[in-house]
Design a protein around this ligand. Sequence first.
Ligand code: P1T
Length: 383
Amino acid sequence: MTVSNSDYTKVVHAGVKPDKETGAIMTPIYQTSTYVQSEPGIHQGWDYSRAGNPTRDALEASFAALEGAKYGLAFSSGLAAEQAIIQTLDPGSEVIVCDDVYGGTGRLFRTLYAKYDIKFIFMDMTDEKAVAQAINPKTKMLWVETPTNPLLKVIDVKKMSALAKSAGALLVVDNTFASPMFQKPLALGADIVMHSTTKYIGGHSDIIGGAVMMSDDNLHEAIKYVQFAAGAVPGPFESFLLLRSIKTLAIRMEKHAANAMAIAEFLESNENVEDVFYPGLKNHSHHGLAAEQMSGFGGMVSFNLKGSYEKVVGFLQNLKVFELAESLGGVESLVNHPEKMTHASVPEELRKKLGIGPNLIRLSVGIESAEDLINDLKQALKS
Ligand code: P1T
């Protein structure tokens, strides 16, 4: 299980061509808001940077290449990317959403869009029969995050695609956790892929960004229109940083995944730990499906620590290499307490039903030495 050979080359070259005027090998940062016109409406392809910017254009071409899509669109955050997708829906539409999504995604749907008469039905989308039953003529979209945040369930993209198609609905896949190196949802039948590029694509915990990739001309036109008309675009500098980051995405993902596997195996054998959630483990309930639809298992590992909440806090504070922080996908290892941090906005009842409780800990495994990371976990578990 690893990154495909062609992706190693793709990430280095995708979307980026030497600058025509100067030969600069890296795309310049076109730090400009506007462009001079020779006559009203006559310009060289760009008229205002909310509508388009050459640095962002290169990034969008790179996004498209990463997912094997015809089009890529860049946004100022993952949630802005999600918003642009939802804003293509009409009032009265229904969206079936997997219940174990990032807390902020659920909050966006529940608190901002539900009031515009878009109904979100949160459900366990590993249960295909339940999804089939929930589909009705108002269903316009199926929204899948896989692997899920924070419990790392794996949802069958091919099956969800078949269900969406039979209902005339669109399938959206949030591919943030897997990254385009380990999962290609469009090839599995999804219509739209989105990412929080704040995570693996950015990879260095220094930008907030989002991406949407798709191949259908009409969908692209509709989402690009929201990007232009609503304006949640990244600036040229963020676009440049992302272009730079993408070049190392393949090798970073390989190391994230190798480290995560070693850590998951270590945790599984530790007496203070129960319920290790990592799709690469043979006894993960969706390991077979993960091995089929992913080419690597990613860098995220969650687990329940035995004992009281005080013991959990002690463990978090005793870690020395892992830092306690929200977010994921950076080169440095982070630890998160979903109940109190990233998923605090999930309704308490749903959190309980899902198993996001006081003992749940989520690791974003970085690219440091696996041995150092395991030793850090060992010493914190002992004390
Ligand atoms: O933070 P932002 O770039 O707006 O992306 C939101 C988002 C969307 N989808 C997934 C799967 C995510 O994990 C996130 C953001 N998640 C975190 C900040 C987190 O720590 O889980």
